[in-house]
Design a protein around this ligand. Structure first.
Ligand SMILES: Cc1ncc(COP(=O)(O)O)c(C=O)c1O
Length: 423
């Protein structure tokens, strides 16, 4: 039998392009809204249907459900280059962040360092809560031109710093954070680096060893292409085993192969690594969806997915700039991942802009079938494996037509607007 064709980059790029067909929504929309939620594939739908049929017709098989949970845990671990027992089940990002934050033995006057201006509220309120409950200091570092300034976060650390927390990619303007600088500084000072990877995992390649991060919280509805109400927490073994979870239930306790309902003695031992954060019964439906979604991500590989999505993001950013629109961060550079934002950051509410031009362009694109969002006053577009050049070029063409209609053309510099003919 002839051996299969080696998986060259080109071959894999073809596979990425072919996988678009597995996402029926791409036939109806120009789907640039992975920042809000990713698309479900036909494979995920089929796996979920099988689970529901089994529950509906046969009551469900608990052994099979646990097998799915462990399979999905292993796949997620492979996706981020961790060991399976360094991965716990959660229901969302907040739960993962809270699990780690509340497991730290805080003393009054200890501090956490972060850049709250650019964090999602779910990575801010938990620290305010710990300030109220334990008297910790929430040490806020200002943003720099829309970036989380890793060097300034490092400077803000002192002997009382226990945790530094950042988003790997902010939800707006969507820039990448320099995690390596933070990881080195945290490792040197025995400070825990806790990362909110809601906006990066699944699209941008995430190798927790290479990055040197200590804990990472994610949910599965965005880049991981599965459901809301389901998440994972990675915690590096060396850190996890120094932590005592605030919540504890049967699956966080090591009773070997004993039945799920068995009770050990009061002198219990916690599960190894992050498994101590598992609580009771799992979101089996969510795990079923994640298990199926991870197959495609693992098959294509996140390095290739990242390359594909980032190159589309560069095309979109350059095209928008050529049309004279203010792309956050300007010329594509290392800050740009798979998210492109347009407008003036902070000039608006959470889901609308102060600038009427931006609101009108949003409505125009939305009405023409471009799914995207406004966050903190900027238009936000995200690319994933199911997008291709036609999505980008159609979005740019629709934007150019809107500018040519002239309603708001005065809002963009006319000298650069004409360069839009490249699209
Ligand atoms: C950076 C970031 N963190 C957290 C969240 C949401 O947190 P949770 O999963 O707890 O709802 C989002 C968006 O949904 C986000 O973009």
């Amino acid at each position: 039998m002839p051996s299969p064709r080696p998986a060259t980059y080109d071959g894999m790029e073809e596979l990425i392009r072919a996988s678009r067909r597995r996402f029926p929504a791409t036939e109806r929309w120009i789907y640039l809204d992975t920042c809000a939620r990713g698309l479900l594939s036909t494979d995920v739908r089929a796996a979920v249907d099988r689970y529901l049929d089994d529950r509906m017709c046969d009551g469900g098989n608990k052994t099979a459900m646990f097998e799915t949970v462990e399979r999905a845990r292993k796949k997620f671990a492979r996706l981020i280059n961790a060991d399976a027992d360094e991965v716990a089940y959660t229901k969302n990002v907040s739960e993962g962040l809270n699990a780690v934050a509340t497991a730290i033995p805080w003393k009054p006057g200890d501090n956490v360092v972060l850049c709250p201006e650019l964090e999602h509220p779910n990575n801010v309120y938990l620290w305010l809560n710990l300030r109220r409950r334990h008297g910790i200091e929430v040490r806020a570092v200002p943003a720099r031109d829309g970036h989380i300034p890793s060097d300034v976060l490092v400077e803000a650390m002192d002997a009382r710093t226990r945790v530094v927390t950042v988003s790997s990619v902010t939800f707006a303007p969507g820039f990448r954070t320099d995690l390596r600088t933070l990881a080195d500084a945290c490792r040197e000072r025995d400070v825990l680096l806790l990362v909110d990877a809601a906006q990066s995992v699944g699209v941008l390649h995430t190798d927790v060893h290479e990055l040197g991060v200590d804990a990472v919280a994610v949910s599965t509805q965005k880049g991981l292409l599965a459901f809301y109400g389901m998440g994972f927490l990675y915690c590096r073994r060396e850190w996890a085993e120094r932590l005592t979870p605030a919540y504890l239930a049967r699956f966080g306790v090591d009773l070997g192969d004993a039945h799920e309902a068995s009770m050990g003695d009061a002198d219990y031992r916690l599960m190894p690594a992050a498994r101590r954060f598992d609580l009771g019964n799992y979101n089996f439906l969510g795990a079923t969806a994640a298990d199926a979604a991870f197959d495609l991500l693992l098959e294509l590989g996140t390095e290739r997915i990242e390359k594909h999505a980032v190159s589309l993001a560069h095309r979109l950013a350059r095209g928008m700039m050529a049309l004279g629109l203010p792309v956050c961060g300007g010329e594509p550079g290392p800050h740009l991942g798979h998210i492109v934002t347009v407008g003036r950051l902070g000039a608006g509410q959470h889901d609308s802009a102060d600038d009427a031009t931006i609101n009108e362009l949003y409505s125009h694109l939305r009405d023409k079938g471009v799914k995207h969002t406004i966050r903190r006053g900027v238009l936000r577009f995200a690319l994933h494996l199911y997008n291709d050049e036609t999505d980008v070029d159609r979005t740019l063409a629709l934007t150019r037509h809107w500018l040519e209609r002239g309603q708001r053309v005065e809002a963009v510099p006319s000298s650069t607007a004409s360069a839009g003919s490249t699209t």
